[in-house]
Design a protein. Structure first.
Length: 318
């Protein structure tokens, strides 16, 4: 009986690693700063994690499919600039700004999908190249000085709360619930996992892998644009490279959350916890007054530590 219980714990330990790490980091932060876990502060942390969590939805789907999207940070930046430009401090322009961001998402998704599915360019290279093109495009368009302000309604969603809970956190929870349901309980979700586990096998089993991968990169670009669209509400005013901090951080959140970098294993709930870990860990390092350089080192070491832990646990299960 004891042997069976030990085996059960070993088999299921991996899926709980991310939550254990989150609890440990929160405990350390509370020990160092006794007010850290106060509701008001934690809601502020959740607000910051919401933007990363929304972007991580698309990256999770991309990595689950066996690919990766390195254009996300640039798509966030461009949608952020577009939203600010077209809103221009008016609620009446929100639909216009949303349409511009939607068009950007479709263009980026279709281009990435074409490169990966039709031209057979590795996702890493294709999305990195397109990301560089996107950055060049918004640098040319803005001449290096983007202009514009968020609409009052979007500012309210990003910064205000209903009771203690920020509206943006509610938006994140809704999107997270939809993403989780789609990935776990729909044919599309099962196809994403199948393609990630083996594209050739999935194709021979009757799955239209090209359609799946096109959808994956469209969704990745869409969630990046949603992130940028809402992020302008948080900052209020447009500036260049707003998505820069979401480059490795979003990938780190997905990997920390237990999604296999080779695809086919994982899920969004882990990525949501990974987003919280990245934000809480960075926040904690700021509290202890660590320099930006050391914070970057710390984030990298945290990601490596969790990857090593996952790898060791997989060997134990084998």
């Amino acid at each position: 009986m004891e042997v069976k219980q030990t085996s059960f714990l070993k088999v299921h330990f991996q899926q709980y690693i991310v939550y254990i790490f989150l609890a440990v980091i929160l405990l350390l932060a509370e020990l160092y700063s006794p007010t850290y876990l106060q509701l008001s502060h934690m809601m502020g942390v959740m607000r910051l994690a919401s933007f990363m969590g929304i972007a991580a939805i698309g990256q999770t789907i991309a990595i689950l499919s066996g690919g990766i999207d390195l254009s996300i940070q640039y798509t966030i930046s461009f949608s952020y600039i577009l939203a600010a430009h077209y809103m221009n401090n008016s609620d009446g322009n929100i639909l216009k700004a949303a349409l511009a961001c939607l068009i950007l998402a479709v263009l980026v998704g279709l281009i990435n999908g074409t490169g990966v599915c039709v031209l057979k360019i590795p996702a890493f290279i294709m999305t990195l190249g397109i990301g560089t093109v996107i950055r060049g495009a918004y640098m040319i368009w803005t001449k290096g000085t983007p202009k514009g302000y968020t609409a009052p309604l979007i500012k309210t969603i990003a910064n205000s709360s209903v009771g203690p809970v920020p509206y943006i956190v509610i938006v994140w929870v809704i999107l997270a619930a939809i993403a989780t349901i789609v990935l776990k309980f729909t044919p599309f979700g099962r196809k994403v996992y199948a393609v990630g586990s083996g594209e050739t096998a999935a194709r021979f089993s009757g799955i239209n892998t090209k359609a799946v991968l096109f959808s994956v990169y469209l969704l990745s670009a869409l969630f990046a644009c949603i992130c940028g669209f809402l992020l302008i509400g948080y900052t209020g005013e447009s500036y260049l490279d707003a998505g820069a901090k979401y480059d490795t951080a979003v990938i780190g959140a997905v990997i920390i959350g237990g999604t296999s970098i080779s695809g086919g294993k994982g899920g969004y709930l882990g990525s949501a916890a990974g987003s919280l870990i990245m934000v809480v860990f960075t926040d904690f390092l700021q509290i202890v007054r660590m320099s930006e350089g050391l914070r970057q080192v710390g984030q990298g070491l945290l990601i490596l530590l969790l990857i090593v832990t996952y790898a060791r646990e997989r060997k134990v299960r084998l």
